[in-house]
Design a protein around this ligand. Structure first.
Ligand code: AMP
Length: 286
């Protein structure tokens, strides 16, 4: 496995392989790799000839009071995981190389980024959109994989690729969970043992929403109330949002029709958890 830090070396490597007819796959990450990333990397490996994984804790997607400084950075462990999973290049650009002095451009956000994470973390998606656009420009992959765990992020990336003709096929990999349903996340290590047990309540709450939909409830507000009730039983949890949305626009749905995404974000102590479930409504016999 090659480790590349230089932006120009990364582009040169990709362009050379593409001239030879190699299909380049890409999985952008912030490192602190866990089983969710591992599954994503494995799926990517199967869909390309050469796989690039980037490890870059992108400062521009963290707000001023967020956890940039304490974000875990176990680099040698991450490299070992990449090597074991058959990654061809671990791309590790420096912050200075990505954002040299004089850097100014930011990608203007589409409407899909406005609500939910966009509201709670006002700087986040502008940083994500800009770094993903830059990484695509540097790595120049034919295919890139993102996790469903960050549902709004993957919807944003799809929109960017479509609107800005970025020429990358986007594949979204299902969320990998712990045995109790908690979505794997690099931030889970910061949960206290008690909060770790409580953390699965977010997933359980989304499940109660999904069950209501499967039972035939179509009123978005009732579905949302059901999910809220499940979380209110856990007073240590603060809710950022729990919503019933159209999966293609991420606008709230007041009447559920075919496909729905249930989005949730909560705080437990200093740890923020996000999760979602895609639900297909049952067919009704008319
Ligand atoms: P991150 O390092 O958190 O930026 O994540 C890198 C990629 O891995 C993103 O596309 C995430 O959506 C994806 N990812 C993170 N956690 C999971 C998970 N539990 N299951 C599936 N994909 C995930």
């Amino acid at each position: 496995m090659k480790i590349i830090r230089s932006l120009t070396a990364m582009t040169a490597w990709s362009e050379q392989l593409k001239r030879e007819g190699v299909r380049i796959g890409f999985a952008p990450t912030m490192g602190a790799l866990h089983d969710g990333h591992r599954a994503l990397i494995r799926a990517a490996r199967l869909q390309c000839d050469a796989l690039v994984v980037s490890i870059f804790v992108n400062p521009t997607q963290f707000g001023p009071n967020e956890d940039l400084a304490k974000y875990p950075r176990p680099l040698s462990q991450d490299r070992a995981i990449c090597k074991k999973e058959g990654v061809d290049v671990c791309f590790e650009p420096t912050v200075k190389a990505m954002y040299p002095s004089g850097f100014q451009a930011l990608v203007a956000l589409p409407a899909i980024a406005r609500r939910w994470e966009g509201e709670v973390r006002p700087h986040h998606f502008s940083g994500v959109a800009t770094v993903v656009t830059k990484l695509f420009g540097i790595v120049r992959p034919q295919i890139a994989l993102f996790g469903q765990k960050d549902f709004q992020q993957s919807a944003l990336v799809r929109q960017l690729v479509k609107d800005l003709n970025l020429g990358v096929e986007i594949v979204v990999h299902p969320t990998v969970r712990e045995a109790d349903g908690l979505a794997r996340s690099s931030r889970n290590i910061y949960l206290s043992p008690d909060d770790r047990i409580r953390a699965a309540t977010l997933y359980k709450s989304l499940q109660t929403g999904a069950e209501a939909i499967r039972r035939g409830v179509t009123d978005g507000v009732s579905i949302q109330k059901t999910m809220l009730q499940a979380i209110r039983g856990e007073p240590a949890m603060t809710i950022d949002y729990l919503s019933v949305c159209d999966p293609s626009t991420l606008e709230p749905l007041f009447s559920v029709r075919s496909r729905v995404v249930l989005l949730g974000a909560v705080r437990l102590g200093s740890v923020r958890l996000i999760d979602n479930l895609l639900v297909t409504t049952p067919r009704r016999v008319t």
